[in-house]
Ligand binder design. Structure first.
Ligand code: SF4
Length: 396
């Protein structure tokens, strides 16, 4: 089973692959539904394809906006470019783009985006007959429904989300952001108004605000919990799913790397002992309260958090190792840390992780300093030789 990780930019892509992703999904500067993510220029896409292929990974490109008339010509050129550079699949939701891909990039396999909301075997069969190779299933499906699709539509690959943020609407069918902020979620510009806290006012009492509460009839607040299907991984394998997907092109490099290695190990070697350890790692990344979404029984009580939309952040991402020289590691610093603090280094293989008390930091000129500053490079004394691609974090 493939592990498919998000790649919001080139650095995240490299760490996703180094931490075990078999494939990554990314977007160019246009047409890819995550406008606020850095995304990839044409030159970076060329480089990204080479990097993935050199490391035996695949790269899928999202072209999953709903295209307006003015987008059509630009998309056709873009699709030709993607075929030329050899991307491994296109992620598409709009039938118009599907047809353009068949015309302008016929050699690239097409994966039907979760934005297309495939929730039945008939819908999967429809796309298969048109020539799609894979369906990225809607998040709103139970495992029983997924099994039925697998059984009834032979020969099509199925991909499902196992980790990450959820929408309160059908993914991609939400107009909240367009309505409240004039930023279209279906063009990748969602401002996440479903996470805002809402109050109710009565027209003639504008200064009185009433909290919106849930009663036994259902929920009036929109904020979804995050998805985590870690505990269901054996059932997902048994259901014959081809690819499991991690959400989060906007998340940090640390998030992408850590979630990727957790699911990788869960697939390869899940034991009672390491299950606790791995699950614990999922609590060390920034996340909202977890839920198993629609996997078993639909239960709205378990899917939304009515109290707070804040992230749980027990650990802080400090930076990544970019070079190793004897007992020193060169670190690209993301957050401040200081001599005397306890920090952790994590690696693609969990068994390599270790903790240290910081005893020596040198600046780029090799002068000792007492603390680091974000967006600088420093040399950290780690006291031993370490594997490549380390990431630093500390408990808050
Ligand atoms: S507002 Fe919320 S539910 Fe709507 S698209 Fe954005 S994240 Fe999804």
């Amino acid at each position: 089973m493939e592990i498919l990780s998000p790649a919001g930019n080139f650095e995240k892509l490299k760490f996703a692959v180094m931490y075990g992703a078999n494939a990554v999904y990314a977007a160019g500067k246009m047409f890819g539904l995550r406008a606020k993510s850095a995304n990839f220029s044409h030159e970076e896409l060329v480089e990204a394809v080479s990097f993935c292929h050199e490391n035996s990974a695949k790269i899928y490109i999202t072209v999953n906006i709903f295209a307006h008339n003015s987008d059509i010509d630009k998309i056709s050129n873009y699709l030709q470019f993607l075929q030329k550079i050899g991307v491994d699949a296109l992620i598409i939701s709009d039938p118009a783009i599907f047809n353009l891909a068949k015309q302008f990039a016929p050699k690239i396999p097409i994966h039907i985006s979760t934005q297309a909301n495939v929730v039945s075997w008939k819908s999967a069969e429809f796309w298969q007959k048109l020539g799609a190779e894979r369906i990225i299933l809607a998040r709103e499906l139970s495992i029983n429904e997924i099994r039925e699709i697998k059984e009834k539509v032979q020969g099509i690959e199925l991909e499902m989300f196992v980790h990450g943020a959820m929408c309160m609407s059908y993914s991609g069918r939400c107009l909240l952001s367009s309505f409240l902020n004039k930023r279209d979620a279906n063009k990748g510009e969602c401002t996440q108004p479903c996470r805002w806290e809402y109050k109710l006012t009565e027209k003639t009492r504008p200064n009185e605000q009433f909290p919106i509460e849930e009663d036994h009839y259902g929920t009036y607040i929109l904020n979804s919990k995050d998805l985590s299907l870690f505990d269901k991984i054996q059932q997902i394998i048994a259901a014959g799913i081809d690819s499991i997907k991690i959400e989060g092109r906007m998340k940090s490099l640390y998030y992408v790397a850590n979630v990727t290695r957790v699911y990788k190990q869960a697939i390869n070697d899940l034991t009672a002992h390491n299950s606790v350890l791995l699950k614990n790692e999922l609590n060390k990344i920034s996340h909202r309260e977890y839920s198993e979404g629609f996997f078993e029984n639909f239960n709205s009580d378990d899917m939304q958090n009515h109290e707070s939309s804040a992230y749980i952040r027990e650990y802080q991402f400090l930076g990544e190792v970019v070079d190793i020289d004897g007992n020193f590691a060169t670190i690209k610093v993301r957050s401040k840390f200081a001599v005397g603090e306890n920090i952790e280094l994590i690696f693609p293989n969990l068994e390599d992780d270790f903790k240290i008390k910081v005893t020596q930091i040198n600046d780029e000129n090799n002068e000792p300093i007492l603390f680091t500053k974000p967006n600088t490079k420093i040399k950290l004394f780690v006291g031993k030789s370490i594997p490549h691609n380390g990431i630093l974090r500390k408990k808050k």
